[in-house]
Write a protein that binds this ligand. Structure first.
Ligand code: ZN
Length: 216
């Protein structure tokens, strides 16, 4: 967690991150029994999104809540059936292609639904998340909020609008050490995300970020 600087109005339940400023949000008690809600964890690459997602899901498991975790089939890094953070925290997950497939895979008794790499899903993820919350589930979504040009990355902006709790994670700028909000691409590519090639990105702050760099 030491690479994290967070400013959030968040659903962090614990005091695990010394640098986080959070308002404690419901794990069990804050919301009435049977009510659902949506939490979004978003930020640049290397900002600790998956780490934070895994932390919340683990706590739900400790509380003996039934948890299901999903990641897009496009993401082949590290491990087939786990979400793994950069610091090697892991939790078992299911792989799905589309939001519709995700919704269909959620089992009746599931209380908490974790969704990693949400930027790889279609816009139906917004509706699917709303439905899951309406059914009384806690939905925790992690994803990139900007692409390599600094443009808002759908469906995260729309999910932020409908979420009850939002956590913005910041990395550390590789150039100057300031809190970093951008994923700087270091190679030429017009793909919106170069999958499984995180060594061609680095975290940068607003001043050091150069959206034209990948053309040079
Ligand atoms: Zn910088």
């Amino acid at each position: 967690m030491d690479s994290l600087v967070r400013s959030d109005i968040s659903a962090l339940e614990g005091g695990a991150a010394a640098e986080a400023t959070d308002m404690h949000a419901p794990e069990n008690g804050g919301h009435a029994r049977g009510r659902g809600w949506i939490e979004v964890i978003c930020g640049s690459m290397f900002s600790g999104k998956s780490e934070e997602l895994i932390r919340r899901l683990r706590r739900a498991k400790i509380a003996r809540q039934k948890v299901q975790v999903f990641k897009p089939r496009i993401d082949d890094r590290f491990d087939e059936d786990h979400i793994v953070s950069h610091s090697r925290q892991r939790i078992s997950s299911q792989r799905v292609m589309t939001s519709t497939e995700l919704y269909a895979a959620v089992e009746p008794g599931t209380r908490v639904v974790g969704i990693d790499e949400a930027q790889f899903y279609d816009d139906d993820l917004i509706d699917v998340s709303q439905r899951l919350a309406a059914e009384g589930r806690r939905v925790i979504i992690a994803g990139l909020d900007q692409d390599y040009l600094g443009r808002p990355f759908e469906p995260i902006p729309q999910l932020l609008a409908v979420a009850e709790y939002i956590t913005k994670t910041l990395a550390i700028c590789i150039q100057c050490g300031a809190p970093a909000n951008h994923s700087q691409r270091l190679i030429a590519s017009e793909e919106r995300v170069v999958v499984g090639a995180e060594d061609v990105y680095e975290a940068r702050c607003r001043s050091c970020f150069d959206p034209g760099l990948h053309h040079q």
